[in-house]
Every structure is written in C-alpha cells, then in structure tokens.
Design a protein around this ligand. Structure first.
Ligand SMILES: Cc1cc2nc3c(=O)[nH]c(=O)nc-3n(C[C@H](O)[C@H](O)[C@H](O)COP(=O)(O)O)c2cc1C
Length: 322
C-alpha cells in the first residue's frame, strides 16, 4: 500500500542555520560547495543546493543527480535543484534525486537564460502562477522530503509577487526563496527588499530572502527588514566564502582556498567549462576575501594572466604565508 506524502508543514526543513548558499550554475558544483561547507560551521551556514539540473526530454537518471550531489557529506544539507516544466518528468527526477540521497528538492522559477525561457522553464513560469502551483504540486506529491521553490519577484515587474508566493505555498512548498530582482532586472546592482517582505506577508511557509547580500551583517538586516525567516547569498559568497561567519581571513588563507579548489578539481578530474585556471579566474572575478585582490587594477592582472600554471604558482606562493 502506498501512503500519501506528508503535508508541507510535516516535512521538517533540514537547514542547520537560517543562512544559505545560493545555487549558482557553473559555480556551485561539488568542489566549490565542499570547500565552502568545510570552512563554515553548521551554525553559520545552514545548507546549500546543487546547480540547477535541467529536466528535458526524459527524467534525469539517479547517477547524474548523484554526480551533482558529489561524494562528500557535511552536517548541512545539499538540496537538489530541478528546472523544467514537464510535471511527470520533474516528478520522476525528484524521485531519482531522493533515491540518490537528496534531503530536499528545490524548484527553479528564476533562471532568466534564453534557453530556459524558450523552453518555458525557469523564470518563464513566473508569467503563469497556476503553472508554478502545478509544478510544485507534482513534485511535492512525488516525494516525502521537503520541496522548496525559488522564484524571482516577477517576470517583467513585481506586481504579482504575492500571487506567485501563494501559488508555491498552495502547491505544497515547504519554503519559498524570493530573489528580489525580476527576470527583466537580471542581476542589476539595485535591490528592493520590500518585495521579499510582501511575499513573506502573503504566505505562512518560511520565506528565504535573496538578492544583494554583500556582507555578514546583511543576512540579519535582510531578515529584520523583510520578515523573511532565512536569507540566502549568491555572489557575496563568491567574493568571500567566509561571509557566513563574518570571519576575516589572511591573504594566505584566502589563497589556500583557491589553491585547494584547483587541487580538488584536479584530484576529482572534474572541471566543467574551460579548465582549472579558468574556474579559479571565475572566482577571482568576484574575490575580495583576505585582501588577496588589492584593487580593480590588481584584479585585471590576475584575470589577464594567460598561463594557467603561472597563475596557480603565484597563488601557491601566497598560500604558503600564514
Ligand atoms: C553565475 C550564477 C549562476 C546562477 N545559477 C543559478 C541556478 O543554477 N539556480 C538558481 O536558482 N539561481 C541561480 N543563480 C541566481 C542566484 O541563486 C541568486 O538568486 C542571485 O545571484 C541573487 O543573489 P545575489 O544577489 O546574492 O547574487 C545564479 C546566479 C549567478 C550569478
């Protein structure tokens, strides 16, 4: 006999603290995530997510999801994020994700990429709150773990953020992350946290506010100003992976992170996109931790280094400092 999945309220969110690392495609693959998790205690960093796993023509098999989860385990949960619009394939992939060990499944309603919009997935679904509700319901009915949803504040504007939040809640989401920018706003520097507050007032499930967290203090400021129970950081953690604890690190410690990142990718034979130095440079584009990048001119010196091995050798020299 199969029993009905538990209600969203009966599914306990597994986060160890109310501060989360955002899913970031091309960045938060297992090597980077593992290093961030290894440097932030569970009371500072409450959990994170895989990059989005795109559900296309067929359900994504368990082995592929397992690759996204990666080999390491930490006290903090790593949710598997899915993006798609086909209810059955999403439901089947969510079951595969749970079988692969996912402690929660997150649904992407925010991706602004042309491919996602053309395929009516990610932020394209923000134009139709009923579709958001259907997608969440299909996945929440398919698995017993918490199912969470991550939306932007809207497609062209934020006028329907309450409606979108309620759609996710009614579909059975156990938590709703609101990235306060609309799809049209992309990744603009300005943020309007009142949109998070509006979503938080519209629903009774926990809301996680996201967008524009740049310092450790911003986590609490966002929660205080919006009523969101959790806060999530994306690029701020690429600038400073220690943002969760607010600990200031030395140049040596900062460089050691990047060197370990390069070594881990080599050890696991895994550096999707561009090679190891390119991945390190991707972080250096944002990096502020430890004053390793002294100013914008210095950043360009790092980024213009054509010889990947020379770049890594310079980092190794700095990493030898205390
Ligand atoms: C490089 C990059 C990749 C991203 N990939 C994803 C993704 O896979 N899934 C998702 O829900 N959001 C993704 N996002 C959005 C972030 O999760 C987050 O919502 C956004 O960056 C706003 O937070 P921030 O202002 O703290 O950076 C991505 C953002 C960036 C910069």
């Amino acid at each position: 006999m199969t029993s009905a999945p538990p209600s969203p309220a009966a599914r306990t969110l597994p986060f160890t603290a109310p501060w989360l690392l955002a899913p970031m495609e091309g960045v938060t693959e297992p090597c980077f995530r593992d290093l961030v998790l290894s440097r932030n205690a569970p009371e500072h960093l409450g959990g994170t997510f895989t990059e989005f796993v795109r559900v296309h023509a067929t359900p994504v098999p368990r082995a592929i999801v397992r690759r996204h989860i990666g080999p390491s385990r930490f006290p903090q949960p790593v949710g598997v994020q899915l993006m798609g619009n086909d209810l059955e394939r999403l439901a089947a992939t969510a079951r595969n994700a749970v079988a692969a060990g996912a402690p929660l499944v997150d649904l992407n309603f925010g991706c602004p990429a042309k491919g996602a919009i053309a395929g009516c997935a990610g932020s394209a679904l923000l134009r139709d709150p009923a579709a958001v509700e259907r997608v969440v319901r299909a996945v929440a009915s398919a698995v017993f773990v918490p199912v969470t949803a991550k939306i932007r504040a809207g497609y062209d504007d934020a006028s329907r953020v309450e409606e979108l939040a309620r759609a996710a809640e009614q579909g059975g989401a156990s938590m709703l992350t609101v990235h306060c920018r609309t799809r049209a706003e992309g990744y603009c520097p300005e943020v309007d946290w009142t949109r998070i507050a509006r979503a938080a007032r519209a629903v009774s499930i926990p809301v996680c506010g996201n967008g524009g967290v740049e310092t450790h203090a911003d986590f609490e400021r966002l929660r205080r100003e919006t009523g969101a129970r959790l806060a999530m950081v994306g690029r701020g953690a690429l600038a400073d992976p220690w943002i969760f604890s607010g600990r200031r690190v030395s140049v040596g410690e900062s460089a050691r992170f990047l060197v370990e990142y390069a070594d881990l990718m080599r050890e696991r034979n895994q550096w999707p996109g561009g090679g190891i130095a390119a991945r390190v440079k991707q972080l250096l584009r944002y990096w502020t931790a430890g004053g390793l990048v002294e100013n914008e001119e210095h950043r360009l010196v790092w980024l213009r280094e054509k010889d990947g091995e020379a770049l890594l050798a310079r980092l190794r020299t700095l990493a030898a400092q205390p």
